[in-house]
Design a protein around this ligand. Sequence first.
Ligand code: C5P
Length: 305
Amino acid sequence: MAVIHLRSYGKINLCLDVTGVREDGYHQLETIMQRISLYDRIRLEWDSQARSQDKDGGQAVAIQVRTSKPYLPTDERNLAYKAAKLMIERYGGQRQGSISISIIKNVPVSAGLAGGSGNGAAVLIGLNRLWNLGLTTRQLCRLGEELGADVPFCVLSQNTRYDCAYATGRGEVLRPLRQGMKKHLVLAKPAFGVSTKEVFRQIDNVTIKERPDCKALITGLKEQEEQLIYPNMINVLELYTLKKYEAVSRLKKLFIEETAAGKVLMSGSGPTVFGVYDTQQDAKIACEIIRKLKYEAYWASTTKR
Ligand code: C5P
């Protein structure tokens, strides 16, 4: 039996623009993704002695997923399960045994933080190691594309020292950035999740007047120049989510009015809103303020591993 422990990090989008709709229904994006310090803990176990009891007569590799949140699915709907299934299909070969995945969730679910995508990425990375497959990060990213648009970034940021990337295509065409954001954060969300599918479907009916200049933001990150970074931290998906879900727009307003944030933005399709702070002290104070107002809130950073 072999066991591996992995950290599955969340991400935020420092900017997000929708530049078109593709024939497959997915949207063409331009975004900068940044890994954050908040992570789920994943324990991955490969037991080649265990025999699957499934209907194939015990020939298949069995998959078992457990999570610390009882409401999360542990079957094919879970990205960790899907990732294991994909690895078995492509690289299982003659292997027999069982894969057990335990996930301790810390990254909020359905929150725009790629929590599920990170879990999928961790399983790809973990099985690559447990089975000594020798797949490169690029190959793992390719596999990740089949699981979801955010999975390749999660593979990159969990399997290399890059923690920030410029992403185009569906979000899977990555250009790693040597210099990401170096700030403290508070992440907060109302007590509900938002469907990414819904937000992307509805954004087609919205006129986008203001778009981020991602290139300027990249320059800003390179030079650590706030005047280039903050004005370009624009997420066009806010145009739908903030209007449809009043609690999200109220939360953003609270961050701006009640805390010392240099910038406040929604991540991904939401509903998580994050504030950016210069010091951990400022972030902790802000986090307390937001928690007192009954939102689920976390302080984090874009730097620590
Ligand atoms: O790729 P993922 O499964 O995470 O995406 C969830 C949904 O979000 C997709 O089914 C699609 O409807 C929408 N989406 C999109 N364009 C993207 C990414 C996601 O339309 N670039």
